[in-house]
Design a protein around this ligand. Structure first.
Ligand SMILES: [Zn+2]
Length: 820
């Protein structure tokens, strides 16, 4: 199927205006198919002209344009030509569509816990034509009137308020103008909780088997929703326009969540069934606030074309962290941003696929998907923080309000956003925008012991980025100096630096977008000094400096491990604890350390986890984080055996099914999980989560046969859902010797691209990332993947995933050759 190009979208938007969409869906026709009737009213500025409609159906039953029949065979490659248009037109299409299993379009799955079926619509990015006929591009917005027929015991939800009109008959109230990719319908025996705030009816919904979790978590989620509404109403000075606000937790969702106006969908593992740390709740709160920010940025004002995707994502990311840090209990949410989101973005910047925040070429819709990365989110949000520092918060908010008001219910783009900011601030932003929004690359900042701050810009992406930042020094926990200024050259003497401070830290407030190089004395002092620094923000930058130092081969991974083992057990912030440990267990140990020493490194991490666990208050978040790291790294068979049979469990983890699965995973990796143990674990947890965890554990067993089984399930079993593929790929690469795994480096480049025949791009890009041979850190893997990158038959998104994972593998190779 050809993906819509920007030029085609531009021409079509010049020619037609869609005035109303009527969609009738019949979801009561079995598990495979549903029927879809669409009536589209649209005007045409040049009567007599032609255009085309997007439609990806299993079969087309009838088409009528202005009362004249069109042969269903006229639909070719997902497009229906419409010729001889009048000034005002109606086209009606009746078709049979397929439910999906890959999280795109209308996804349908059976809950293994109770056999109930659930459906949800995820039409992002260009899946709308698999659900109804449409002009599928973000700037042809129209009001939607949707009806749904569903099995009688089902509940139906959607963008407009749902009303039941008969047995199994539902009508959704007509919406404000929506872009095609925002339309959703969720249907199934969903259960609900309701609330109300400031005149806005609120609902949260989940599968019936998650009712307990839903009821337990709803009060916290409602609270964050209400706090965020108040914050956004104050900040934007534009009311939330889309009526009821429903949040639906759906199965096997590819992303974190999707901002469908009035009906946001979330991945349902976020309804934590076991113990959850404060950081996990913070993350979910942040996702709630992120999707709410989209109601204004994205939904009310939509980007004209996908190349301005950053206008949606950077903004939602920036606004969400601002909202959670100011309006909720999570006043420290930027710490999580620093250690999770910025690390993700810096990795994207170091890869050859890096791109500017704004104006990334998206010649067609599909190619835009690849830019949903750490740059569009984390760098974009950091750049907006820089903009606020540059023009002041008052001007920034006034510019946002003006932009939202003047483009409400329509579309906007970079130039219009900047014009609104310039007008509000009374300054010219051309050079600033060129440096920060329109040029790729991340600078490295280093402060030396003479007090000179150096900015190094990557050679491949020359730029002159002004950094609003602060530098600070710390000794024995005290901040001995802090200087705030704008760095606008490659080298500057910083006033007030105490060069004798134990720790010297550029970007101490983590305000700018830059990787930091820690000087040698600072690095050497970390084991003693790091946990003494009281403020979590400079600790975030210090930990970040250690991690990016390893990835950039400027810090020996063994030195980093020494820092970790001595300092991490005393790290006070649970988000830093959890995330730094994850960086070591998931990347630094398996990739950067040679296989011969990786086991020893893992047991040092296990020792550190035990130290942290013993020192933590039983049942506290710290104890929980430490217990999870211990469960993932220990080789203590007695402990694992006790935990898996429910004995001597840490407080708060008694009966915690997810923790039990974590133990089972480790046992599987160590070759301690036989068929009986796995069958037991699966029988004890017949939920969707249980099925996925079971698959992952089976794939995690180290033998050659188990790996062969997992690979064949991933690459040949077309019944596997998106989540099942992810679980299998994760398990496969989590264990086994490099010798046993090596064959799958070759298989990867031949087998994974073929999945495109039955797996949608959004899901496949993730599979291509998770199935990448990241443990085979050898030059031969580089050659294999490089060969694949040049192949025409490898889909664009898969190539992007491959290129990004290859870049990480090359970082590991570079580090190994430098420090071996
Ligand atoms: Zn978003």
């Amino acid at each position: 199927m050809p993906s819509l190009t920007r030029d085609e979208a531009r021409q079509r938007a010049q020619l037609i205006t869609v005035t109303r969409m009527e969609v009738d869906l019949d979801l009561d026709r079995g598990a495979e198919h549903f029927s879809s009737t669409t009536r589209i009213r649209f005007s045409c500025s040049t009567p007599g002209a032609q255009t085309f409609l997007d439609l990806r159906a299993v079969s087309v039953e009838a088409i009528e344009l202005n009362g004249t029949r069109i042969e269903p065979g006229a639909v070719v490659d997902g497009r229906l030509p419409l010729e001889g248009l009048a000034a005002d037109n109606t086209v009606e299409v009746t078709a049979t569509m397929a439910f999906s299993r890959d999280g795109q379009g209308l996804h349908r799955s059976t809950d293994p816990a109770d056999g109930e079926d659930y459906v949800y619509g995820h039409l992002f990015l260009d899946a709308a034509p698999t659900v109804f006929a449409c002009f599928d591009q973000p700037n042809l917005k129209a009001p939607y009137a949707v009806t749904v027929r569903a099995p009688e015991e089902w509940v139906v939800l959607g963008n407009g308020r749902a009303a039941q009109t008969g047995a199994g008959e539902w009508e959704l109230s007509e919406t404000l103008p929506l872009a095609t990719y925002f339309v959703t319908v969720c249907a199934g025996p969903y259960v609900s909780v309701h609330d109300e705030h400031d005149g806005i009816p609120l609902g949260i919904h989940a599968r019936r088997s998650l009712q307990g979790e839903l009821e337990r978590h709803a009060p916290q989620m409602f609270e964050v929703t209400k706090q965020s509404f108040d914050h956004y109403h104050r900040t934007f000075d534009v009311r939330y326009p889309f009526g009821d606000y429903d949040q639906v937790f759906v199965p096997e969702f590819n992303a974190g969540a999707m901002e469908n106006p009035g009906c946001v969908t979330f991945r349902d593992p976020m309804l934590f069934r076991g113990a959850a740390t404060r950081e996990q709740v913070l993350q979910r709160s942040n996702t709630i606030a992120h999707e709410m920010a989209h109601m204004w940025f994205g939904d009310l004002v939509t980007m004209r074309w996908w190349d301005d995707l950053w206008l949606n994502e950077s903004f939602a990311e920036f606004m969400a962290y601002t909202a959670t840090s100011r309006a909720t209990e999570f006043t420290d949410s930027w710490v999580e941003f620093g250690i999770v989101r910025k690390q993700w973005g810096y990795a994207a910047e170091r890869a050859p696929s890096t791109h500017p925040v704004a104006g990334s070429p998206a010649p067609d819709a599909q190619s835009a998907l690849a830019n949903f990365d750490g740059i569009s989110y984390a760098k974009g949000a950091s750049v907006l923080r820089q903009l606020v520092a540059h023009i002041g918060e008052e001007a920034f908010n006034a510019g946002v309000t003006a932009y939202l008001r003047s483009h409400a219910h329509g579309n906007g783009e970079l130039s219009e956003f900047l014009a609104a900011m310039e007008q509000a601030a009374g300054v010219e932003l051309d050079a600033w925008s060129k440096a920060w929004l329109e040029t790729a690359g991340v600078d490295v900042l280093a402060l030396d012991r003479e007090g000179t701050l150096r900015r190094t810009t990557p050679d491949e992406h020359p730029a002159d980025r002004p950094h609003a930042l602060d530098v600070a020094g710390f000794s024995e926990g005290s901040e001995v100096f802090r200087t705030t200024f704008t760095l606008d050259r490659d080298e500057a003497e910083v006033d007030g630096v105490d060069t004798g401070a134990a720790l010297l830290l550029p970007n101490a407030g983590d305000l700018t977008w830059a990787q930091v190089d820690l000087d040698e004395s600072t690095l050497a002092a970390l084991p003693r000094e790091l946990p003494l620094v009281e403020d979590a923000t400079p600790r975030t930058v210090l930990w970040g400096g250690v991690l990016t130092g390893v990835y950039r081969a400027t810090v020996d991974p063994r030195v980093a491990l020494d820092v970790f083992t001595s300092v991490w057990p005393r790290e006070p912030h649970d988000a830093l604890m959890a995330r730094v440990a994850m960086a070591f267990t998931d990347r630094i140990v398996p990739q950067f350390l040679p296989e011969a020493v990786a086991d020893e490194a893992r047991s040092r991490i296990a020792d550190a986890a035990l130290t942290a666990f013993d020192a933590a208050d039983p049942g506290s978040d710290r104890a929980l984080v430490a217990a999870r790291v211990l469960a993932a790294t220990t080789t203590d068979e007695d402990r694992l055996g006790a935990w898996v049979s429910g004995r001597s469990l840490p407080e708060g983890l008694e009966g915690d099914t997810d923790f039990r699965w974590a133990v089972v995973q480790t046992m599987a990796r160590l070759g301690l999980a036989d068929d009986a143990l796995l069958a037991d674990a699966e029988a004890a947890d017949t939920t969707l989560s249980g099925r996925l965890a079971g698959l992952s554990a089976r794939a995690a067993r180290p033998g050659a046969d188990e790996k062969a089984w997992a690979w064949s399930e991933i690459t040949t079993n077309r019944e596997r859902s998106n989540y099942e593929l992810n679980a299998l790929a994760t398990g496969l690469w989590s264990s086994g010797s490099v010798d046993d795994l090596r064959p799958y480096a070759g298989r990867y480049v031949t087998d994974i691209p073929r999945l495109a025949e039955w797996v949608g791009a959004d899901a496949l890009d993730r599979v291509a990332t998770l199935a990448f041979p990241s443990r085979v850190v050898e030059p031969e893997t580089v050659s294999l993947v490089r060969g694949a990158l040049g192949r025409e038959d490898v889909p664009w998104g898969v190539r992007r995933s491959m290129a990004d994972e290859l870049s990480k593998l090359e970082e590991a190779l570079a580090s190994r050759s430098r420090w071996s």
